[in-house]
Ligand binder design. Structure first.
Ligand SMILES: Cc1cc2nc3c(=O)[nH]c(=O)nc-3n(C[C@H](O)[C@H](O)[C@H](O)COP(=O)(O)OP(=O)(O)OC[C@H]3O[C@@H](n4cnc5c(N)ncnc54)[C@H](O)[C@@H]3O)c2cc1C
Length: 265
């Protein structure tokens, strides 16, 4: 894996078989590739297949790159805490040779507003989860909101919730760029091509190959579905009626993980 820098991209694969094939090379596909490439315990081959290397229509190119700590599930809070730590320590994670710049989160915070007792209870319950995880979320009464944010009409508000620590926007495209560069430097191969079909083994228990639009069939140990908004369609190709979570879904494992591990509520 830690071999010399591979070619930036090609449209034909260098090999006929890879340990891991990642479908989609945008933020989540490239992040997965980078984490594999820099993992000293992983020595396998990784191929990222991206149908549009311009990324013009990828959600990654259109994101506001905002990050928040306000979730109702402690796992999501922890994931976000790690995300904030990662973004703000990019040079350390990417290594001195990467040239990765230091990034900051512009901590404007997300303000959640409750105009009903029921939603105020939801904010209080979520606040307890976030506080237990060590996040700095604050609950604000309508008067406190008015004092801190005078431009709000607080007439119908009961409660607000905001966090101005590690919650705001950052330069997500630079993080994406670093993931791609770092993955390639770590030996990951990027292919400009489109996966059009997945084929399972005889027992039907795992995906054993992908078919490219150009006709080649490439064998794989594991598939990662990082095809973004096409993720559900990609998952259906392997015969799973259920929607696998976007990204980090290993299609060789047929049991989908709970949605709450991948999405906020
Ligand atoms: C307007 C907007 C604002 C957003 N703001 C935020 C925000 O503030 N904070 C936040 O956390 N999130 C935000 N998001 C969501 C965030 O952008 C996405 O969750 C994230 O970028 C998804 O990354 P991804 O790699 O999973 O998918 P994508 O970026 O969509 O990438 C999927 C890639 O897979 C490729 N692909 C698909 N099918 C195939 C195939 N069969 N073969 C080969 N390649 C394939 C596509 O070409 C694409 O490049 C926003 C999204 C949008 C649209």
């Amino acid at each position: 894996m830690k071999a010399a820098m591979t070619a930036l991209r090609s449209d034909t694969p260098a090999k006929s078989s890879y340990d891991v094939i990642i479908i989609g090379g945008a933020m989540l596909g490239s992040a997965t590739a980078w984490f594999l490439a820099q993992n000293a315990d992983f020595n396998g081959s990784v191929l990222v297949i991206e149908r549009d290397p311009s990324y013009a229509w990828a959600a990654t190119s259109h994101t506001n790159s905002c990050i928040r700590q306000q979730f109702s599930n402690p796992l999501n809070v922890q994931i976000s805490q790690f995300g904030a730590e990662f973004v703000q320590n990019l040079p350390r994670y990417m290594g001195a040779a990467s040239g990765a710049p230091s990034l900051k989160i512009q901590n404007f915070g997300y303000m959640y507003l409750a105009d009903s007792p029921a939603f105020a209870e939801v904010l209080r319950a979520s606040h307890a989860v976030q506080a237990a995880a060590g996040s700095a979320t604050r609950l604000l009464t309508a008067d406190q909101i008015k004092a801190e944010y005078p431009f709000y009409n607080t007439d119908d508000l009961i409660l607000g919730s905001i966090n101005t620590v590690n919650e705001g926007y950052f330069d997500g495209i630079t993080v994406f760029d670093q993931f791609r560069r770092g993955a390639r430097a770590g030996g990951v191969e990027y292919l400009a091509n489109e996966v059009i079909a997945l084929t399972k083994n005889a027992a039907g228990t795992r995906v054993e190959s992908v078919t490219l639009k150009s006709g080649e069939v490439i064998a794989c140990g594991q598939i990662v579905n990082a095809s973004g908004t096409r993720g559900a369609m990609t998952a259906e190709w392997q015969g799973s009626a259920s929607r696998l979570p976007r990204a980090s879904a290993l299609l060789g494992c047929l049991a989908p993980r709970p949605r709450s591990t991948a999405h906020c509520r």
